[in-house]
Structure formats: C-alpha cells, structure tokens
Design a protein around this ligand. Structure first.
Ligand code: GRG
Length: 288
C-alpha cells in the first residue's frame, strides 16, 4: 500500500507545526523525529482496519498521523541515554545526538500533545473523536506503552518466563499496534459489531506479538545499514528477548505460527480484510 504511506507522509507534513513557527528549533526537531523514514506500519494498520468499515480517508489520515506521532515520541525517548542510549534511528543520528538531550525530551513531549490535538481537530463526530482519544490515551498510558517500557527497564539482567516477556511486549509495543487497528475501526460510520471486535482482537494479538518476535530475530541477524538502528543492543544490554529465551529457529517458527493465527482470525471477514492479511504477512516476513 505505497499510496497510504505517501498519504501518511503528507498528512504528517500538514499536522506537524511548520519548522519556521517559534520555537523553531523544537518544531524542526519534531519534524526530524517524525518525517521521512519509518515503515508506517501503524498508519497502514489503521487505514486497513478503517477500509474494512468504510471510514472516511481524511479521518483515517488524522488518526494514522496521531498514532505515528505517539510512536515517534516513544522512539525519541527510548533512544535517550537514560533509556536505551542509542545513536542511530531510521538510518540517521538520533534526536538527542542531533539536537541535545533536553531538546529530545521536549520533542517527545510536544509530539505526544500534538497527537491528541490532531484527533480533536478531525472532521469526525464527537462520539468518534471520544472513541479515538480513549484508544490512543489508553495505549500510551502507564497500563499501555509507558507501563511496558517501565517493565522493560526493570527487566535488564533478569531471565523472564515466556508469559512475562509476552506481557511486557503486549504493553510496550503491542498496545500502540492494537490502538492503530481499533482506531481505524472506530473511524467508521457505525459502532463495531461484536463479531468484528472479536476478529480484530484475535488479529491484533497475533500481529502485535509477531512484530516483536521478528524484531528480536532481526536484532541478531541484520546489519545496521539495513535496520537503520544499532543491531545486537538487546544482548549487549543484557535484555531478555524471544531469541535469548527460545533460540533463533524456534523464534522463526513462532513468528510463522503467529502469522497463521492472524490469517485465521480474519477468515470471518472475507475479502474485505485483504489488506490486513497482507500486513500480517509483511510483519512476519519483514527484513528491517
Ligand atoms: C520511552 C515512553 C517510552 C516508550 C518506549 C515502543 C517503545 C516504548 C520503545 C521502542 C523500543 C523499540 C525499538 C522496540 C522494538 C520494537 C519497535 C517499536 C521498533 C520500532 O518500530 P518500527 O520498526 O519503526 O515500526 P519504524 O522506524 O519503521 O517506524
């Protein structure tokens, strides 16, 4: 869906404050963190789920931009010396390397607030906006992404059981991936049927976990030029991963199994779910 990636870049261009608006360095750095680069997986999931329910493209562009801003903020803060301490992101110097640590903290703060402001401005009904805001807030919260990051930081040097590792990733990366899908579905004209909710929930569980398993595999099998970030950091930082827990072959088998679970989850939705199916395949077989 290259068309959707292009739409997302254009929407982000519009929704981010221009680089010449004061404070100009902050806005330039927010744009540096967000624009150009990134696979836009979350935007693609949002659009694919929205397509399924006949959502307006303009509303999906806004919802997808908001999610990508939250994602970009999480990467900027995750790369800080106090967290993962990384120098490379999307093939470029990380925001704190380029603009300094204090500015990188403000970039994350600014992007997070901007994401919610974008939803407020959408050409959608009040009920749709409330549903979108609730999904985004809960995914980003201490019981979502930020909570997962706290568990991650507390897990350095520990051997986690598989259920603990899964719980951490469901929060840290899974919550925002889940929100991407459900925000797309909330952007539709009517409330979700219980059948659709159940199918999307099964799908997001499989895809969210597959994303992380593949991330752990790529971390040990791929070079920095392809990944656009520093490989091998998890092992170096003594962090538990699927590869350290299960080994490479079993991790690859698990990713395939999760891809199959995603496919089965979509069966009741038929042809309408073709793009969601393609995205599950892209997650399992991605190379960066
Ligand atoms: C610091 C509040 C706070 C949260 C950080 C999501 C997260 C929580 C940190 C990200 C750390 C990380 C690199 C996790 C691995 C999985 C992941 C989110 C990879 C990056 O996502 P991609 O591959 O990135 O979709 P692109 O660049 O394609 O958008």
């Amino acid at each position: 869906m290259p068309r959707i990636v292009q739409r997302t870049e254009q929407a982000l261009e519009r929704y981010l404050p221009a680089a010449d608006i004061e404070p100009a360095t902050l806005h330039e750095a927010m744009r540096y963190a967000t624009l150009g680069g990134g696979k836009r997986l979350r935007a693609l999931l949002c659009h694919a789920a929205g397509e399924l329910v006949g959502a307006e493209l303009d509303t999906l562009d806004g919802a997808a931009s908001a999610i990508e801003m939250i994602h970009a903020y999480s990467l900027v803060h995750d790369d800080l010396p106090a967290m993962d301490n990384d120098l490379l992101r999307r093939g470029l110097p990380t925001v704190h390397v380029r603009y300094g640590e204090a500015m990188a903290i403000l970039v994350g703060d600014g992007l997070q607030a901007q994401a919610f402001a974008v939803i407020g401005e959408l050409p959608a009904t009040a009920a749709q906006k409330v549903a979108l805001l609730k999904e985004l807030a809960s995914a980003s919260s201490s019981q979502g992404m930020v909570g997962g990051q706290a568990i991650d930081l507390a897990s350095v040097g520990l051997v986690l059981a598989r259920e603990q590792l899964e719980r951490m990733h469901r929060l840290k990366t899974g919550a925002v991936l889940r929100a991407s899908i459900f925000m797309g579905a909330h952007a539709g004209p009517s409330t979700m049927s219980p059948e659709l909710h159940a199918a999307l929930d099964q799908y997001q569980r499989a895809v969210g976990l597959a994303f992380q398993v593949v991330d752990d595999i790529l971390d040990v099998t791929t070079d920095a030029a392809t990944l656009g970030k520093t490989p091998g950091k998890d092992a170096q930082d003594n962090k538990p991963t699927y590869v350290s827990l299960l080994g490479l072959d079993a991790s690859r088998a698990l990713a395939e199994e999760l891809g199959e679970r995603a496919r089965i989850a979509l069966l009741p939705l038929g042809e309408r779910a073709a793009h969601l199916l393609g995205l599950a395949d892209a997650v399992v077989h991605r190379i960066r």
